[in-house]
Design a binder for this molecule. Structure first.
Ligand SMILES: [Zn+2]
Length: 223
């Protein structure tokens, strides 16, 4: 959609949304999640993203050396889009993952990220290769697809912005979060094979790593 010249519209009835119904979080609460015109449901993902964005961007700006903020701001923005689209549609867009890998390489080479160009390149390759190996093994054993192509491209993108250690830590934190979620939700659902998007967990793993990377690196290598 055109984001420059078009006003926000209700995706159901196409009515232009007035400014007072576009106040982050508050408008959604006041409207009780329903369109003022057609009373169609407005996804809870709208206020979710509106809360999530400042929740991760403000610590980023406060805790990160200024010269790395623009690159990480782009990185976090892409991850927010990924989190939402993967939860909503089980889809991850290449425009916010695969196609941004060259940008990660470029930003590393001009020192806009605290990793070297080689680290960025290896991070991307490791991210893709490792999940490719796991996905292939899973398919060989179960004859089913356990992971989407989007997850592989997402971890490659994460690796290009965070390097080998960041890629590995994002996968580790993401897997722990995903497992905890699975354990909590498994007894609640009746279905035996529910599709859980992995992208949001990988993204939260990457966000956690970036925000706490100094503490994580101290913990890993500080002894
Ligand atoms: Zn509507």
């Amino acid at each position: 959609m055109d984001i420059v010249f078009q006003r926000s519209r209700c995706p159901l009835c196409k009515t232009t949304i007035p400014w007072f119904d576009l106040i982050p979080v508050l408008s959604w609460l006041l409207l009780r999640g329903k369109c003022r015109q057609c009373h169609g449901t407005i996804s809870v993902l709208y206020p979710f993203v509106e809360v999530l964005t400042p929740l991760i961007m403000i610590p980023l700006i406060l805790w990160t050396p200024l010269r790395y903020v623009p690159a990480y701001f782009l990185f976090f923005s892409a991850l927010i889009v990924t989190i939402r689209s993967d939860i909503e549609h089980l889809l991850i867009s290449r425009f916010v993952t695969l196609f941004l890998i060259p940008v990660g390489l470029l930003l590393s080479s001009i020192h806009a990220l605290p990793i070297t160009l080689l680290d960025s390149l290896l991070g991307a390759l490791l991210g893709y290769g490792f999940l490719f190996a796991i996905a292939s093994l899973f398919r060989w054993i179960t004859k089913k697809d356990g992971m989407g192509q989007g997850d592989l491209e997402l971890l490659a993108f994460i690796g290009s912005f965070t390097g080998i250690i960041g890629c590995w830590m994002s996968l580790l934190i993401g897997s722990i979060l995903g497992t905890l979620y699975g354990l909590v939700c498994a007894p609640l659902g009746k279905k035996t094979s529910v599709k859980i998007p992995f992208g949001p967990f990988l993204s939260f793993g990457a966000i956690s790593y970036v925000l706490w990377q100094q503490s994580i690196l101290d913990l890993l290598f500080g002894f």
